[in-house]
Design a protein around this ligand. Structure first.
Ligand code: PDD
Length: 283
């Protein structure tokens, strides 16, 4: 039985109730985070909280919680849910008004919700046994504020589901530049150099992306560039990776039915995932 947190209480998930007038339900008017936790240790907690704070400020939801309060809720969720390999979902919506109205209502309390779900064990940096991913590509049809981790995910949901059986959908803009995937950030490797799209309004600034770039730069043996990455470069890359909190660094072996490099996880992936595994708890 999963234990959830809702507006101050811990309770069985199936007993958690919100109003149908909650603006998260009616408008997708909210912000969320997914923090990974392995055996009770969270990855990137500080950066996840910073992104949530930025998201709440961007849509003018006032919630005067500090990091310690969030940490306490996360620790209790982890403990009450067995402390294994967990994704901690945290969600703040603007709250329930007494009517449906586009204007931001004043004087209502935000709804704060959290629960955990099982995630796969953290990947092991072994090319022979790791999980691999196939992707399709399509033009990014989402809005111009993709840097906000909004609960309004219909654009992402549509893109995620149009892949015809592939694991993910990689998106590019009208100029043929990669933005991200429906629920992941994207990296390529060419001639030993790693590249990933810059963070701007077109992509979510992923925490796994942030940690990976910092870890690779601190190590120094693999050059990393944050820059425009084109669809053409993606198609001709030696390696392609997806990053997200629930996957860490995921090697892509097939794009639109064509193999990436040799069609297997590559040596740079193995080194990058090994470094990520070693240093991910330092942030
Ligand atoms: N997805 N881009 C998008 C659109 C995402 O939804 C996600 C995460 C990422 C990767 O961000 P991070 O490394 O912080 O997880 C990039 C989460 C896991 C989700 O919606 O379930």
């Amino acid at each position: 039985m999963t234990i959830a947190y809702l507006n101050g209480d811990f309770l069985p998930l199936e007993q958690a109730r919100i109003s149908p007038l909650d603006r998260g339900f009616l408008f997708g008017d909210g912000i969320y985070e997914v923090v990974p936790s392995y055996g009770g240790r969270m990855v990137g907690f500080g950066p996840h909280m910073e992104r949530m704070k930025n998201g709440l400020a961007a849509i003018d939801i006032k919630l005067d919680w500090d990091e310690a309060q969030w940490h306490k809720v996360c620790d209790e969720l982890i403990e009450k849910n067995g402390g294994g390999d967990l994704g901690i979902y945290l969600h703040v919506s603007r709250g329930a008004d007494n009517n449906r109205n586009h204007a931001y209502p004043q004087g209502i309390e935000p709804t704060v919700f959290g629960y955990t779900f099982d995630i796969p064990p953290a990947p092991v940096a072994d090319r022979g046994t790791t999980r691999t991913f196939t992707v399709t590509t399509t033009q990014d049809m989402r809005w111009k504020r993709c840097n906000i981790k909004s609960t309004a995910l219909l654009g992402n949901v549509i893109h995620y589901n149009q892949g015809d059986g592939s694991d993910e959908t990689v998106l590019y803009n009208a100029a043929g530049e990669i933005t991200e995937a429906a629920a992941c950030n994207v990296f390529i490797v060419k001639d030993g150099v790693v590249a990933t799209p810059d963070t701007d309004h077109q992509i979510l600034p992923g925490i796994t992306r942030l940690l990976l770039v910092e870890i690779l730069r601190a190590d120094g043996s693999i050059p990393v560039e944050e820059r425009v990455v084109t669809l053409d470069e993606l198609r001709h890359a030696d390696e392609v990776w997806l990053t997200s909190s629930t996957k860490e660094v995921g090697p892509v072996v097939m794009i639109d039915g064509a193999p990436v490099g040799e069609g297997e996880p590559g040596p740079v992936w193995e080194r990058a995932q090994a470094l990520f595994s070693e240093f991910k708890y330092d942030y």
